[in-house]
Design a protein around this ligand. Structure first.
Ligand code: ABC
Ligand code: CA
Length: 551
């Protein structure tokens, strides 16, 4: 009896290990965010390339089977995890829909015990999960536990009074009684935390009925639900919606019941406020850092020192500093970065940011195609309209960054446990070390060639004098000189991401140019012998960036 019991226990533990991915398991990965309705049509319709009008806010037809059919496209870009939209059954609104559209996005739950049949069948979802696992990839599911969505038939266009009075909760599962919800009040003041937690999101037409998570029975319902969802489908992680809208002490029990890595959405720009939630869930999206990345790279006048300050804030206010963050440039709630600037130099730097730091890198579908939709709903373009082209500049850029991160990880066992550090900033650049990686990001823009020189050997970059490096973005060799200085030229405003040449394999750079060992700077610079002017060479700073404007 005993041996078989032991075997059973061992097997159970093994099964749990195989799927119950922890924060440190996730740290080794990078994530591609799939908005299920907009990523891929079911295989039978795939070649039709059906139109998708984002402005209409109607379902465009993406499904779980569609995602499974295009995992190659995601994996070839170097991602080893995906995040999918919420999976549960949704509120249906009459057509034409109210101003805030339909539930195509999946954030309007009505029955959390049923699947959203617009995305496919249970078999389709299981098949997707096993296909993802079969490739050695992880899958993160988005979950909404703050609210159930309702449609206000009596006062759809009126100022809301008490929507519950005019709403039938027939068919809601669970929470089909008014008493399951906080009394109606719209959130009008985000500075009032009690209001943020106990009042309602949404609009007059589609009020998001705020579940009474002060009630212990309700809490227990959610805890057992999440445990079932994770184990039933063997999800590896959760993206948790609206975390700041539920009291903090709800979360540890939820996280424990889930048993997998949890990444929470706390939409706020205040690092102290957001960072506090890392005491309650494993990690949060780095919204405060994201705001600084936008200001740094959306124009050539952005501030690099504010970006450095934001990295400092992350290490001060987040439980494990940047390790407890998800790093992103775009998502389904924010205008796409190329809607703010069409400067490809700036875009490449902003994308690089996601990959060179401590946070879990996350890329929103369509970034690789340089989609440029603005505010919701325009930022939710269908990926099939791109025909999944893999030869696009940003697809290649993201692939390079993914490969570079892998190479750094494989080349140094301490890469993942080494905190990023800012080794210098100037008006237009910031140098960030996360040994063995050193990134130099600039906002000089695509019209400029910048000559950058910085002292690296004494500043925690991990590079000794005479180290032989490769900038994996340009695939050119650069050598740290005998005094520990690094000089190189950044082309068309692109970022530089250095790795020791010993860890750069042919997957990262098929071949390496300029590997003379004498530094690539002088030869290359001669080509830009036009008007030269120093945009910044901060006195006393170890970094100097000289911009040679092309005439
Ligand atoms: C729909 C339409 C929109 C229309 C809206 C009324 O209705 O699409 O065009 O404007 C889902 C859908 C949305 C839908 C909403 C409402 O439901 O995706 O399309 O909008 O029906 C999460 C998800 C999000 C999802 C929901 C709801 C929550 O990621 O996709 O939306 O399940 C708040 C929440 C946040 C939520 C977000 C949409 O709303 O906190 O969880 N996201 C301030 C507040 C934030 C607030 C934000 C709203 O405004 O502090 O809490 O987010 O825009 C910074 C400040 C921030 C400030 C921002 C704007 O500026 O530091 O505090 O955020 O500088
Ligand atoms: Ca709430």
């Amino acid at each position: 009896m005993l041996p078989s019991l032991l075997t059973a226990v061992t097997l159970a533990l093994w099964a749990r290990q195989a799927y119950a991915a922890s924060a440190s398991d996730w740290q080794k990965r990078t994530v591609y965010q799939v908005m299920t309705d907009r990523f891929a049509l079911p295989p039978a319709q795939d070649s039709t390339g059906a139109a998708c009008d984002t402005g209409a806010q109607l379902p465009c037809g993406g499904t779980w089977a569609g995602i499974e059919n295009h995992l190659d496209y995601i994996q070839a870009m170097g991602f080893d995890a995906i995040w999918i939209s919420p999976i549960v059954a949704q509120l249906q609104v009459p057509l034409p829909p109210p101003a805030d559209g339909t539930a195509y996005h999946g954030y309007w739950p009505e029955n959390i015990y049923a699947l959203n049949d617009a995305f496919g069948t249970e078999a389709d979802l299981r098949s997707l999960v096993s296909a993802v696992h079969g490739r050695g990839m992880y899958i993160m599911v988005d979950v909404v536990v703050n609210h159930m969505a309702t449609y206000n038939t009596t006062a759809a266009n009126a100022a809301p009074t008490d929507p519950l009075a005019g709403i039938s909760l027939n068919g809601y599962n669970p929470f089909d009684e008014d008493s399951d919800y906080h009394p109606f009040c719209p959130i009008t003041n985000y500075g009032n935390q009690t209001m943020v937690e106990q009042c309602w999101l949404g609009s007059a037409a589609v009020p998001l009925a705020d579940v009474n998570t002060e009630d212990q029975t309700t809490v227990n319902t959610y805890y057992s639900w999440i445990g079932q969802v994770v184990s039933n489908y063997t999800f590896d992680g959760l993206r948790i919606d609206t975390v700041k809208h539920i009291r903090q002490d709800f979360w540890p029990g939820f996280v424990q019941a889930a048993g997998v890595f949890t990444l929470g959405e706390v939409l706020d720009s205040d690092a102290q406020y957001v960072g506090d939630y890392t005491n309650y869930v494993d990690a949060v999206f780095d919204y405060p850092g994201w705001g600084m990345v936008l200001q740094a790279f959306q124009t050539t006048g952005g501030s690099m020192s504010m970006l450095a300050q934001s990295i400092q804030n992350t290490s001060t206010y987040y439980k494990n500093g940047g390790f407890s963050t998800g790093s992103f440039l775009e998502n389904h709630d924010q205008p796409r970065f190329p809607s703010l600037t069409n400067d490809t130099g700036l875009i490449k730097n902003a994308i690089a940011w996601t990959f060179i730091g401590d946070g879990l890198p996350i890329v929103y579908e369509g970034q690789e195609q340089e989609y440029s939709g603005g505010n919701v709903p325009n930022n939710r373009e269908a990926v099939w309209l791109s025909a999944y082209q893999e030869n696009k500049p940003m697809y290649k850029h993201i692939t390079t960054l993914n490969n570079a991160r892998k190479a750094a990880m494989n080349g140094s066992s301490s890469f993942l446990s080494t905190h990023m550090s800012v080794i210098s900033t100037s008006t237009h650049s910031i140098a960030i070390a996360k040994a063995p990686m050193l990134a130099v990001l600039t906002n000089v823009g695509q019209g400029a060639q910048g000559q950058v020189s910085l002292s690296v050997s004494s500043l925690g970059s991990g590079y000794a004098a005479n180290s032989q490096l490769v900038d994996v973005i340009s695939c050119s060799s650069v050598k740290v000189d005998g005094s520990g200085n690094l000089a190189f030229t950044t082309q068309a405003g692109a970022p530089a991401v250095f790795l020791p040449s010993s860890v750069v394999n042919t997957k990262v750079c098929a071949s390496v140019a300029g590997g003379s060992g004498s530094g690539s700077g002088s030869g290359a610079q001669a080509a830009f012998s036009t008007r030269a002017f120093a945009l910044s060479a901060a006195v006393g700073s170890v970094i100097a960036l000289l911009v040679l404007a092309s005439a």
